[in-house]
Ligand binder design. Structure first.
Ligand code: SF4
Length: 260
């Protein structure tokens, strides 16, 4: 049926297309043209992504020996600095920064990602569901929370609560690195990629979960990254994944002991 051009123009005008002053022409589509093959270009491989800078830091065992009192005092100095720190945007939302706490020479240093609302409010990493879950996980690997040093990749809470962003982790990284040097943990467990990214940036270059469950090494001690606590709290079925990750770590520690 032939289109009624006058009626179409009227309808379009009623819809606001008043710029249509010329009569509509329904022209036949142009005949298809034979496709001319595009000239072949030599495909160049994309340049590899820049590798994150990896500091060559010496193993803990080669650092100068400090007396326990000096190490405790230096850790206290870090805590005081964190309390007044404004290096990143998280300083605006926090109520209580959590620098970390625990004994010197801990069997495990546990690096969480960022204080959650309960931890931020109470100034305690044992608060809330995440704190309770952490205690159970530590018991499952034969330790107790008071035998571990617990800290965060970013010491301050975010509002709204979310995983820390890379610039925040980078801003807070010097505190974490210095804490590890003073503590000399025997093993490090990161709950989430933020702590791993702060200590071993190349381990997260392939994606935040590329190294999950792998036993790596940081300055001469074993390091493992597993899931972040909020992710386990939200989906309890993920406890199995964490358990399997920790089993690999425990097996590696067992192998290490049998060689000593
Ligand atoms: S998260 Fe770390 S770097 Fe940012 S304000 Fe808090 S202590 Fe400072």
């Amino acid at each position: 049926m032939k289109p009624d051009l006058t009626l179409q123009k009227r309808l379009l005008k009623s819809l606001g297309f008043s710029f249509l002053e010329e009569p509509l022409e329904l022209s036949a589509p142009p005949p298809p043209q034979a496709a001319t093959p595009a000239p072949r270009r030599r495909q160049q491989a994309p340049p590899p992504p820049p590798k994150p800078a990896e500091e060559k830091l010496p193993p803990f065992s080669s650092l100068p020996d400090l007396a326990p009192g000096e190490r405790t005092a230096a850790l206290g100095e870090i805590a005081r600095e964190v309390a007044g720190c404004q290096r990143c945007i998280l300083s605006r939302a926090r109520r209580n920064p959590l620098p970390g706490s625990g004994p010197l020479d801990p069997t495990f240093a546990l690096i969480l990602e960022i204080p959650d609302p309960a931890q931020d409010e109470s100034a305690s990493y044992t608060a809330g569901q995440a704190g309770g879950l952490l205690g159970k996980i530590v018991e499952a690997i034969g330790s107790r929370l008071d035998e571990c040093f617990v800290t965060f990749a970013t010491k301050c809470h975010s509002l709204p609560f979310r995983p820390p962003h890379a610039p925040e982790v980078e801003a807070c990284r010097p505190y974490l690195v210095r804490q590890m040097e003073l503590l000399r943990p025997k093993t490090i467990v990161c709950f989430g990629p933020a702590g791993l990214g702060a200590l071993l940036p190349s381990a997260v270059a392939g994606g935040p979960n590329a190294s999950r469950g792998k036993v790596l090494e940081y300055r001469g001690v074993p390091l493992l990254m597993t899931l972040p606590l909020p992710a386990i709290v939200a989906h309890r079925s993920r406890k199995k994944t964490v358990w399997e990750d920790l089993q690999r770590l425990m097996a590696a520690l067992q192998d290490q002991r049998s060689l000593e």
